[in-house]
Design a protein around this ligand. Structure first.
Ligand code: TRP
Ligand code: ZN
Length: 880
C-alpha cells in the first residue's frame, strides 16, 4: 500500500515522451504469466529534453529491461520508487523492452490481468494497465498495439485482444498463439485480453457505408442461450448511432465477452468490450423486464463509447465526464427512442434525484470535473455519469437538436484520434450553435445541487403574471456557499388555467406557444407573462430540464390539477410524486406525535381517478402509482427518522390499497395475459401495472392479496412476475408464505448464479427484524463469495439499502457492513470503497446513529487502508 498522494488538475503536464507503437507478448500461466513489452518511444518536442522516461507499475516482478537492445542496470540506468520506474538519460527516439512476471490467479482486485472462473481477462480502466506491464499509463499517451497471446491449446482455445487477428498457429508443449493488431492508436486503459474455453454467438451488421462487420458474443458454453437479446440490442445500437449521430463502426470485427467477476457493469475496450455477465446475459426464463432493459442500455453505452471515448478520448482523468456524461446521455436517448421516452425520463430522473442528489449532499460531493483526487477509481460516480449526462442534455436544450448535432459532428471530426478536454467539447457546441457557453462551464467546476426558489405574483388588473426565480448552490466540501456562482440554466415551463387548459405564453409581446424554455443566468431573474386572464398554475422545470432542486409552493389542489392536465408527462408524474411525498410526510408527523395517521383525501381522490380511468399508457400509469422511495423522502429531511418514514410510507400504501381494493383488483385481473413472454414494450407495461396493482392488494392487509401473490409465484409464468410476487411474499409478515417462496425459488434456481443474486437480494431487503441474522447466514451460503462483486452487491449492498434494518438502533447493521468493508479492503479495494458509501452518509441521522456510524468509520480507519478506502474514509470523517 503506497502513501496516499493527491493529484491536481492544475498540475497537468503533457507527457515528456510519446509511444508510437507497443508490441506485447503474453505467455499465460496462472501464477507466472510473462509479459514482454516493446515500446517505440519518441521525445515530445513540447517538453524539455533530457527528462527521464517515467513508467508506472504495480505488483510486477521485473525480469529484464533493455534500451535499444542494451540491458539496463538498476541505480545507474533506471530507478524504481514505489509505483514508478524512471529510465534515466534517454535519447530523442529509442526502443525500450521489458519482461515482467505477474500472478493473475492471486489478483482479487480484478484490475489488470486476472482469472475469472476458467478464463483470463483484463480490466485496465482507469489504471489497471500498470498491473500488466511498466508503461506511461495515462490516457493522453496513445499508441498502436500489436499483441501476441500464447496459451495452452486445450484449456485456452480462445485467445482474444483488440483489433483484428493477423496470425495464429501451434507452438510446442500443446500451446498455441494468436496475434492481434489494433490499427487505431489508443490509450492503455482501452487495452484488453481474454483467454479461455469460450463459445460464441456470431452475427453481422452492414454499416451505412456498406461495410460488413462481424459481431461476436463470447461466453462460457452454458450461457450461449442467454446471448440472443444482447446481439439484437447491439445491432439496434449500431443502427441508432448511425441514424442519430452519424457514427459508423470502424473495425471489421466487434466482440463482447461475458465475465462473471467484474467490478463494474462493462468496459468499452476497443473492439473487445468486456461485460459483467449480469450486464449482458439474459433469456426469457431467467431475466426480468428490468434486466432486459438494463442490458440493452449497457450494450448501447459501451458500443457508443467507440466514438465518445475511444476515437475521441480524455486528456487526463479529470476529464472523465467528457466521455461518461456524453455516453450516458447517448444511451439514455437511445433507450428513450427504442422504448418509451416518458418512462425512461421518469426513471432516470428518479434515480438522479434519489442517488446523485444524496452524493451532492454528502462528504464526497465533487464537481462534474473534479479538481483533485487521491484515487481516480473513486470518481466513477453518479455525479460524473448521471449529472454529467444532464449537462449534455441541457446543452442540447440550449442549442436545439439541429445545432447540437452540428456541434457533435464538429467535435468528432476535429478531435478524432486525440485525447481532449471538456472545453474542446463545449467549444465545438458553442461554435456550431453560435452560442456563448462561457458561463455554462461553471456547471463542470461547481459541485452541489443548485436550488431554484420560485415565487410569483398575479396582477389581475394588468392581466400580468410575474415569475421570479432565485438560484443558489449550497456549500460543498472545499467550496463554501459564498464561492458559488450563478449558473446558466434552461428552465422549461408552461402555464395552466384553473380549469387545466394550457395557456398561450406571451413575454414582452412575443408569443411562445404553450411550452417554452427560459434561460436563467443571474442569481435572480423575473419573467412577466402578458394577457393572463386569471391566476395561472405554473408547470415548472418540465422534463426536468436542469438537474436542480425546485422549490415552489404549489397548493395540493394545484398539484392535483397538474397531475391531471399538464401537457408535459414528466410533470404530471412529478406532481403526483409531490402529493405522495406530502402524504407520507404528514403521516410521519402524526406517527411521531403518537397519533393515528390519516390518508390525505386529495391524494385519495387523484389515485381514485387514476385507477378507475382507462389508460392508454400503462407504463406511465405504473410509475404514477408508485410511491416515492423511503430514501427519496429522507432526502428532504433535516433529521432523518428512519422508522417513522418506513411506517408512514407503509401506512399510505396500506390505506391506498385498502381504499381502492376493488379497483386494484380489477386492474390486476384485466392485465392477465397468456401471450408468450417477450421483453417488448407493450408487455412490459402490462406487467408493470399488474405488479403495482398486486403490491397494493398485498399492502391492503387483506389475505386475498397475498393469496394472489402466491398464485402468481406458483404459476411461474416469467421471471418478472415471479420476482414481483416473491418480493411481496418474502417482505410480508406471513412467514409461512415467505419461507415457501424462498425455499422453492432457491431449489429451482440454485444452478443459476445470476438468478441467485436476486434470491439473496430479496431476502435481505425484507423489513422484518430477523434480517441481520439472515445476512450472516447467507454469507456462509455456497453460492456466496466475497471475491465476487456481484455477490457482494446482491447481498451486502442490498442489505445496506434496507432502511430499517441497516439502520438498526443497536448499530449491528453498521458493524456488519464495516466488517465486510475491512475484508474487502484486502481483497478488492475498488469494491470496498463503493460498499462503504452508506456509512459515510451519517450527517442527517439522529445523534445516536451518527455516533454509531462514525465509530465504524474510525474502526475502519485504524486498518492499513488501500488508497481507495483511505480517501473516502478521510473525507467522511472530516465532514463530521
Ligand atoms: N468505462 C466503463 C463504462 O462506464 C466503466 C468501468 C468499467 C470502470 N470497469 C471499470 C471504471 C473499472 C473503473 C474501474 O462503461
Ligand atoms: Zn461509460
Amino acid at each position: 500500500m503506497s502513501e496516499p498522494r493527491t493529484i491536481y488538475l492544475k498540475d497537468y503536464q503533457p507527457p515528456a515522451y510519446w509511444i508510437d507503437t507497443v508490441s506485447l507478448k503474453f505467455v499465460l500461466d496462472d501464477h507466472d504469466t510473462r509479459v514482454q513489452a516493446t515500446l517505440s518511444v519518441r521525445h515530445n518536442p513540447a517538453r524539455e529534453v533530457g527528462l527521464p522516461l517515467r513508467l508506472y507499475g504495480v505488483d510486477l516482478t521485473l525480469k529484464a529491461i533493455a534500451l535499444d537492445g542494451q540491458p539496463l542496470e538498476e541505480g545507474r540506468d533506471y530507478r524504481i520508487e514505489g509505483e514508478t520506474l524512471d529510465v534515466l538519460s534517454v535519447a530523442e527516439q529509442f526502443e525500450l523492452t521489458t519482461e515482467v512476471s505477474i500472478d493473475p490467479a492471486a489478483n482479487t482486485a480484478l484490475e489488470g490481468l486476472y482469472r475469472s472462473s476458467s478464463m483470463f481477462c483484463t480490466q485496465c480502466e482507469p489504471e489497471g494497465f500498470r498491473r500488466i506491464t511498466w508503461y506511461p499509463d495515462h490516457p493522453d499517451v496513445m499508441a498502436a498495439y500489436t499483441v501476441t497471446v500464447v496459451g495452452d491449446r486445450a484449456s485456452l482455445p480462445v485467445l482474444l485482444s483488440n483489433g483484428n487477428p493477423i496470425e495464429s498457429g501451434d507452438l510446442p508443449n500443446n500451446r498455441h498463439y494468436v496475434t492481434w493488431q489494433d490499427p487505431f492508436p489508443k490509450p492503455s486503459y482501452l487495452f484488453a485480453l481474454v483467454a479461455g474455453n469460450l463459445e460464441k454467438r456470431e452475427d453481422h451488421f452492414i454499416t451505412q457505408s456498406g461495410r460488413k462487420v462481424t459481431l461476436q458474443i463470447w461466453v462460457e458454453k452454458q450461457d450461449l442461450n442467454k446471448t440472443e437479446f444482447a446481439m439484437g440490442a447491439l445491432k439496434r445500437a449500431m443502427r441508432w448511432d448511425e441514424d442519430t449521430y452519424g457514427r459508423e463502426y470502424d473495425l471489421d470485427l466487434f466482440m463482447i465477452v461475458a465475465v462473471s467477476d467484474f467490478n463494474m457493469g462493462a468496459m468499452e475496450n476497443k473492439g473487445l468490450n468486456i461485460f459483467n455477465s449480469a450486464a449482458v446475459l439474459a433469456n426469457p426464463e431467467t431475466a426480468t423486464d428490468a434486466a432486459f432493459q438494463r442490458i440493452e442500455g449497457i450494450i448501447a453505452h459501451e458500443y457508443f463509447h467507440n466514438w465518445s471515448g475511444d476515437r475521441v478520448t480524455c486528456r487526463d482523468w479529470f476529464q472523465l465526464a467528457l466521455k461518461e456524461g456524453l455516453t450516458v446521455f447517448r444511451d439514455q436517448s437511445f433507450s428513450a427512442d427504442i422504448n418509451s421516452a416518458p418512462v425512461k425520463r421518469i426513471q432516470d430522473v428518479n434515480f438522479l434525484r434519489t442517488h446523485q442528489f444524496a452524493e451532492d449532499a454528502g462528504p464526497t460531493a465533487h464537481p462534474v470535473r473534479p479538481e483533485s483526487f487521491i484515487e481516480i477509481s473513486n470518481f466513477y460516480t453518479l455525479t460524473i455519469y448521471e449529472k454529467g449526462a444532464e449537462l449534455v442534455r441541457m446543452l442540447k436544450h440550449l442549442l436545439g437538436p439541429g445545432d447540437y448535432r452540428k456541434g457533435t459532428d464538429l467535435y468528432f471530426s476535429r478531435f478524432d484520434g486525440q485525447a481532449v478536454r471538456v472545453e474542446d467539447f463545449i467549444d465545438s457546441l458553442a461554435e456550431a450553435g453560435n452560442r456563448d457557453l462561457t458561463q455554462f462551464m461553471r456547471w463542470y467546476s461547481q459541485a452541489g445541487t443548485p436550488m431554484l426558489e420560485v415565487s410569483d405574483e398575479y396582477d389581475e388588473g394588468a392581466q400580468r403574471y410575474r415569475l421570479t426565480v432565485r438560484q443558489h448552490t449550497p456549500a460543498t466540501p472545499g467550496q463554501p456557499a459564498e464561492s458559488k456562482q450563478p449558473l446558466h440554466i434552461p428552465l422549461r415551463l408552461g402555464l395552466l388555467s384553473e380549469q387545466g387548459e394550457a395557456l398561450s405564453l406571451v413575454i414582452e409581446g412575443k408569443a411562445l406557444g404553450t411550452d417554452t424554455v427560459v434561460e436563467l443566468r443571474d442569481a435572480e431573474h423575473s419573467f412577466v407573462f402578458e394577457n393572463v386572464a386569471s391566476r395561472p398554475v405554473p408547470s415548472l422545470l418540465r422534463g426536468f430540464s436542469a438537474p436542480v432542486q425546485l422549490q415552489y409552493d404549489h397548493s395540493p389542489a394545484a398539484l392535483a390539477l397538474l397531475m391531471k392536465h399538464d401537457e408535459d408527462g414528466f410533470n404530471r408524474w412529478d406532481a403526483g410524486q409531490q402529493l405522495m411525498r406530502r402524504a407520507i410526510e404528514s403521516a410521519m408527523r402524526a406517527i411521531q406525535q403518537q397519533q393515528a395517521p390519516e390518508l390525505d383525501p386529495l391524494l385519495a381522490d387523484v389515485v381514485g381517478t387514476l385507477v378507475s380511468t382507462p389508460s392508454d399508457d400503462y407504463a406511465v400509469l405504473a410509475e404514477m402509482l408508485t410511491l416515492p422511495s423511503e430514501q427519496y423522502v429522507a432526502g428532504f429531511q433535516q433529521r432523518i427518522d428512519v422508522d417513522a418514514i418506513h411506517q408512514a410510507r407503509n401506512f399510505v400504501r396500506q390505506a391506498l390499497g385498502d381504499t381502492f381494493y376493488a379497483e386494484f383488483l380489477a386492474l390486476y385481473r384485466q392485465q392477465q395475459s397468456d401471450a408468450p413472454y417477450v421483453p417488448e414494450f407493450k408487455q412490459i407495461a402490462q406487467r408493470a401495472i399488474k405488479n403495482v396493482a398486486l403490491s397494493y392488494l398485498c399492502a391492503s392487509g387483506r389475505d386475498e392479496g397475498l393469496a394472489l401473490a402466491k398464485q402468481q409465484f406458483d404459476a411461474d409464468a416469467n421471471m418478472t412476475d415471479v420476482r414481483a410476487a416473491m418480493t411481496l411474499l418474502v417482505h410480508s409478515d406471513n412467514s409461512e408464505l415467505a419461507d415457501h417462496a424462498v425455499k422453492r425459488f432457491g431449489e429451482q434456481w440454485g444452478h443459476d448464479s445470476l438468478v441467485m443474486d436476486a434470491w439473496f437480494g430479496i431476502q435481505v431487503t425484507r423489513p422484518q427484524p430477523d434480517v441481520l441474522e439472515r445476512v450472516k447466514f447467507l454469507m456462509q451460503h455456497p453460492a456466496f463469495s466475497l471475491k465476487n462483486p456481484n455477490k457482494v452487491r446482491a447481498l451486502v449492498g442490498a442489505f445496506a439499502t434496507n432502511r430499517v434494518n441497516f439502520h438498526r438502533i443497536d448499530g449491528e447493521g453498521y458493524r456488519l457492513l464495516a466488517d465486510v468493508v475491512i475484508e474487502l479492503n484486502r481483497l478488492n479495494p475498488e469494491i470496498a470503497a463503493r460498499m462503504i458509501v452508506p456509512l459515510t452518509r451519517y450527517q442527517r441521522f439522529d445523534e445516536q446513529r451518527q455516533q454509531l456510524m462514525r465509530e465504524q468509520l474510525e474502526r475502519i480507519r485504524r486498518e492499513p487502508l488501500s488508497r481507495n478506502l483511505f480517501e473516502i474514509v478521510e473525507k467522511a470523517l472530516a465532514a463530521g
